[in-house]
Design a protein around this ligand. Sequence first.
Ligand SMILES: *Cc1c(COP(=O)(O)O)cnc(C)c1O
Length: 435
Amino acid sequence: MDDVRRRIPRTDAVLAMPEFADAIARLGKDGVKAAVVAAQQRARQGEIDPAGVPETALAALPIGATSLCRVLNATGVLVHTNLGRAPLSEAACEAITAASYYTPVEFDLADGSRAKRGLPVTEALLAAVPEAEAAHVVNNNAAALLLTAQALAQGGEIVLSRGEMVEIGDGFRIPDLLTSAGARLREVGTTNRTTLADYADAIGPDTGFLLKIHPSNFRISGFTAEVDVAELARLGPPVVVDIGSGLLSRHPRLPDEPDAASALRAGADLVTASGDKLLGGPQAGLLLGTTEIIDRLRRYPAARALRVDKLTLAALEATLRGPRPPVTAALATAQEQLAARARRLAGQLTEAGVDADAVPSTAAVGGGGAPGVELASAAVSLPVWFAAALRAGHPPVVGHVDDGRCLLDLLAVDPADDEALEKAVLRVREDAGCT
Ligand SMILES: *Cc1c(COP(=O)(O)O)cnc(C)c1O
């Protein structure tokens, strides 16, 4: 036993080995040291040979310093909330990297004076949505609604249809969010039908604003009625529209999904939206509206608590001004293209001995957008056991199980990642030693 202990290499000696330099640069010394100590412990317990300590420690190290690694989304859900919603464009990723150094977020490089934070993003938003007089960005759409309720309706009333009392997810409900801002809710109409008269009757001296919320994650059909923005705008009080998914203008493939430009043209005074759904950008809350309202929101004390960091500003500006982000590109992909990719992938996998088929599939926008809309897609179908094995790979691939098969839907997979997808499947097959 003593002999084994004597043969265990010292921590310092292991950490000084050249193959550990890269790991320390990537992960930090403490994390690497912990892995070495754990491997030494295993050697002491006789589980591994003392000479194997460095190798065991290296094998136990995580790939990166964060568990938020890159995942291939083959679920067929384009904006997958559990997978971080929208993947950023390369331009946005580069913008984040640049802005993570010192960056002129509140500085005018031309004359060396202080500059207004967020101005370039605001200008990019107004260029994309000329219908808005002014714009402001906060942490997310929930923050946009909170700020709006506080600044425009604290101590007063928000008029909202009973058909639009939305639970966003994870137990968070917009009505609770609004009342937590110190506003009272004035519910009007019924779950399925709300009329203009319902809103008109509810308006009084306490009315802060009329709120329209897009039911972005459910659908009511049958005997229904709702009031459109143009009609609400004629009633007098400010009209606020939560469009949810962040489409700035109409999308031909999503005819029922509300967009910011149309809502403003119809007379909305303020539109709120998420930045990381169909806009395809970073998590953010977009506020677009009249100069008067945006100024009130911007100056409201809580605005400082809800403001976004420089990384978000950088990514959002690059999303708005740069090449189209992956979500937009995916939405524009025809089923033929997806089917051709599925056939090519399945063909190559079959050749390598994997039980793979190209099959048609149905994808969805997901993440609180275009509920019920089915996007024609294509998938590679594999034996069901691949699902768990692929999730455990590097990079992890998340597919979905349907009818006893593991389906890898290609809609949300960047075509540039097809090769990585193929390699991931082949690696899993090799590790398992079967098809
Ligand atoms: C997604 C969504 C929200 C919440 O947006 P976050 O950016 O996640 O805070 C609010 N309202 C609607 C209609 C939504 O679809």
